[in-house]
Design a protein around this ligand. Structure first.
Ligand code: SIN
Length: 346
């Protein structure tokens, strides 16, 4: 059969013989959630179903890829750990090193998806497409969004135009960059957005199109590939009316290596917190100013804070992603003077 490709962004394989092989690494989440009542979209058990159950209910996958599946974890992602991130990264890099694997899909819970996605974006040792997907409604629910999200994720991973973009997140027909995407709704199916920067692309009916490339450092240009060993203790604190310095002081006493502060507005800090964080810096703790606002930049040296107190600004990285980058940076032994430029590049 001769295949005529009119637009490389809408390539459909001509026959099953030429289908790419995609690895699915399953970790649980609502996409594998189960409830005895199909009308329930709350109170179900996340991660109850195994990857074979997901594949069994989606025979359409056979039309877009040859699937190799493994269960890396089976959990509610609220309980995600740094150790499990490392296990997922290790398996992901191992399967992608197989010459016959064209790309990978990770199924995950939505609650910490954006953190896992960014961790993998910074530790991925491959150009091959990697797509994380999830669901807002359990597999047993009426109108569950999981099967179509999984099918779309495999379509994105199987399409060569998805290469070299680091870790992608495919949800609700949209493709987001792992660095930028955040969960913005507790229950809505369109819960994932990339504030300010917007979508990377979209996927619909096995057509994949991209609007732009991620420009910040990731995957094979990252200096954190293969990072192993325990990640250092980095915590997130927040600034708000009437905040006390007790959490910061306690964390410093507990040996915290880094603190990300979700400040008000442009990362501004309550004076009480500012003093506590300044004292933390004196004790060798790296302090990154981020914002609790949900979109926008934290400008370095707004109100001259950073030079004066030796803080780092997160730019437009939200607090929980700034924590991921800071953990990797401290684990890699990046000296304090280089931390700001790291946040400017990643
Ligand atoms: C989870 O994050 O594992 C549960 C919630 C979800 O996937 O939507």
């Amino acid at each position: 059969m001769t295949l005529t490709i009119t637009n490389p962004q809408t390539h459909f394989p001509a026959s099953t013989a030429e289908l790419p092989r995609i690895a699915i690494l399953a970790t649980g989440g609502t996409i594998a959630g189960s409830s005895p009542d199909a009308t329930r979209t709350t109170g179900y058990q996340a991660g109850a179903l195994g990857v074979q159950d997901l594949l069994f209910s989606l025979p359409q996958l056979e039309q877009v890829a040859k699937i190799q599946a493994e269960q890396v974890a089976q959990m509610d992602s609220k309980d995600m750990t740094c150790t499990l991130w490392q296990k997922i990264a290790f398996r992901l890099n191992a399967v992608l090193a197989q010459p016959d694997i064209a790309g990978a899909v990770i199924t995950h819970g939505t609650d910490t998806l954006e953190e896992t996605a960014y961790y993998l974006h910074l530790t991925l040792n491959s150009h091959k497409p990697v797509v994380i997907t999830a669901a807002m409604r359990p597999a047993t629910a009426l109108s569950s969004d999981g099967p179509l999200n999984l099918l779309n994720a495999v379509c994105v991973a199987a399409n060569p135009i998805s290469s070299g973009r680091g870790v992608l997140v495919a949800m609700n027909n949209q493709i987001h960059c792992a660095r930028d995407v955040v969960k913005t709704s507790t229950y809505a199916v369109d819960a994932f957005y990339s504030p300010e920067v917007g979508l990377l692309g979209w996927v619909q009916d096995n057509r994949v199109a991209f609007q732009r490339m991620p420009l910040r450092f990731h995957s094979i240009e990252s200096e954190f590939i293969g990072a192993m060993g325990e990640l250092p203790m980095v915590e997130v604190v927040s600034s708000y009316a009437g905040v006390s310095r007790i959490p910061v002081d306690s964390l410093v006493e507990a040996g915290v290596r880094g603190l990300v502060v979700a400040g008000t507005g442009n990362g501004s800090l309550h004076s009480v917190l500012q003093q506590a964080l300044s004292a933390a810096v004196q004790r060798g703790v790296a302090v990154v100013r981020s914002s609790r606002v949900g979109s926008g930049h934290v400008m370095r040296n707004a109100a001259a804070l950073d030079d004066q107190y030796d803080f780092i600004s997160s730019g437009n990285l939200p607090p929980y992603k700034a924590r991921v980058l800071l953990m990797l940076a401290l684990q890699a032994g990046i000296p304090h003077v280089r931390l700001q430029s790291l946040f400017d590049r990643y």
